[in-house]
Design a binder for this molecule. Structure first.
Ligand SMILES: *Cc1c(COP(=O)(O)O)cnc(C)c1O
Length: 498
């Protein structure tokens, strides 16, 4: 069923607005101001409201349905974040205002930098990048500049495991560097022998996702980072999904040198549909001077004090410092206009403050518990294969749409059938190294009842696959559009039928 457009609903002479009685003389509009070739739809207010509310109900979102989209961390976005971000004092600021008038907003940015640095173990953080992929580009440009700055101009390669998110090789190429793909081993870890064979003085560094996209914690992480460092390389951590480790593991303690966060995943700011998001980047001490700028810094009124504590800390009354914008000494430059997606940063700040340190740790514990619970139910009760399924998973796991006794059924059929049960399908056909991948990430915000309802649907679908496969082949049965040619739909988007 395709929704009618406002033009289909239009009827000549209908109109919505109620204009007040004219209390000035009628005057003709100047020539050229009135278009006669603009056919506007004619609808009553009620018809218009119903049309748009109906369209809005066609949307699937985290506020309407369970959304286990692997690698995307579709957790609940607490509404208190929205309230904080819409405070008039924040909404009505302009980035070109004098810093004297924006000290409060700058303090929020500074504190968020401090929190993210504390959570990750890094020395410094930039909040500028507008997305995860944008953070990656920022981080890799920092790595490149670091190597060039110390004269290692022959270093042009970035090592990327074959399980990596597609943005990792894309970032490397965008940075003017060459990708060298590394295989995974038979436990889903990065293959150590392949790493050793490729580490030499032409390597800028390694890009590593931990937990990786198979939902597995790298078992040799300390050895990996040590090997890369010994070869003069840096380790980039793809920290888009910190949900399994936030509050538990600090990536810098593992030997990671630079990492981006996805505030629109781990830190609960809304996402989907292309933004806005935020991909802050944290770095170790030796990379801090390469960060993009400007960054908020504290300028102490008593910076010359003999007392070290006074020099480095805010006083109780808070009147001995001001916040200023500075450019790190060897900055890679700006990566975005102004200071980042401020509204998103307020939401993440609110979320971190709301949870506090113990709360952040519980996020990770429950995210891992939920994923393992679902994984075991699907393995045991519906015999879905799970890639490296003998290992404990982290925040997600990769099942496979391969069912014994249903040879014609594929992952796409299972994903589409899930829509009939009211669930957003998991991520499909990624990571590329798993055949018929169904990447499932429940997140910590779902109840056991929701997890069970999803598991029951998956088990029921496995039964249907064997007994009534056509049900899956014809799915979705109730969606406004059926199966799209997704590649063509993305390239030739048809947004209206006019
Ligand atoms: C989501 C994701 C990214 C990219 O983040 P965007 O904000 O979509 O650019 C990178 N790496 C991994 C592992 C991700 O899950």
């Amino acid at each position: 069923m395709i929704e009618p457009t406002v033009y289909d609903l239009s009827s000549p002479g209908r109109h919505g607005p109620q204009l007040p009685v004219l209390d000035v003389p009628v005057a003709p509009l100047p020539d050229g101001y009135l278009r006669t070739d603009l056919p506007l739809p004619e609808l009553s207010e009620l018809d218009t409201v119903r049309h748009f509310v109906r369209l809005s109900q066609r949307n699937m979102g985290i506020d309407t349905n369970f959304y286990p989209l692997g690698s995307c961390t579709m957790k609940y976005n607490p509404k208190v974040n929205e309230k904080a971000a819409s405070l008039p004092g924040f909404v009505e600021l302009h980035p070109l205002q004098d810093p004297e008038m924006t000290q409060g907003a700058m303090q929020l940015l500074l504190e968020l930098q401090v929190y993210l640095a504390e959570i990750s173990g890094f020395a410094a953080v930039t909040l500028q990048p507008a997305a995860g992929a944008h953070g990656e580009l920022t981080g890799v440009l920092i790595m490149r500049k670091y190597q060039l700055d110390r004269g290692e101009t022959q270093r042009t390669k970035i090592l990327v495991p074959d399980s990596a998110h597609g943005t990792n090789p894309a970032t490397t190429t965008m940075s003017g560097l060459t990708v060298v793909e590394l295989p995974s081993d038979d436990r889903g870890n990065l293959d150590l022998e392949a790493l050793k064979a490729n580490l030499d003085d032409t390597v800028v560094g390694l890009m590593l996702t931990n937990p990786n996209t198979l939902g597995l914690f790298e078992e040799h992480i300390l050895e990996i980072t040590q090997l890369v460092h010994e070869a003069g390389g840096l380790v980039y951590g793809d920290g888009a999904n910190m949900n399994a480790i936030v509050g538990v593991v600090k990536p810098a303690d593992l030997g990671i040198d630079v990492m981006h966060f996805n505030l629109h995943k781990t830190f609960s700011t809304p996402h989907g549909g292309g933004g806005p998001g935020a991909g802050p980047v944290g770095v170790v001490e030796k990379l801090a001077r390469f960060l993009p700028g400007p960054v908020v810094t504290v300028e102490h009124v008593n910076a010359d004090s003999d007392d070290e504590f006074e020099r480095n800390n805010f006083s109780e009354d808070g009147d001995d410092f001001r916040l200023v914008w500075t450019m790190p000494s060897k900055s890679i430059g700006r990566v975005r206009a102004y200071y980042g997606n401020f509204g998103v940063l307020v939401r993440a700040y609110t979320y971190i403050r709301m949870h506090g340190a113990p709360g952040l740790r519980r996020i990770a514990e429950n995210a891992v518990l939920n994923a393992n619970y679902l994984k075991v139910r699907l393995q045991n009760e519906a015999s879905y294969p799970v890639a490296f399924g003998d290992r404990i998973c982290m925040h997600e796991f990769v099942a496979q749409g391969i069912l014994e006794g249903a040879p014609d059924i594929h992952t796409m059929d299972i994903a589409k059938r899930l829509m009939d049960y009211g669930f957003h399908p998991p991520t499909v056909y990624f990571p590329l190294i798993v055949r018929e991948a169904l990447m499932i990430e429940p997140t910590e915000t779902e109840s056991k009842a929701t997890l069970d309802a999803f598991a029951d649907a998956m088990i029921q679908i496995a039964r249907e696959a064997r007994e009534e496969p056509q049900l899956l082949k014809d799915a979705p049965h109730n969606a406004p559009v059926k199966r799209l040619d997704e590649v063509r739909a993305a390239r030739q988007m048809i947004l209206c039928r006019c």
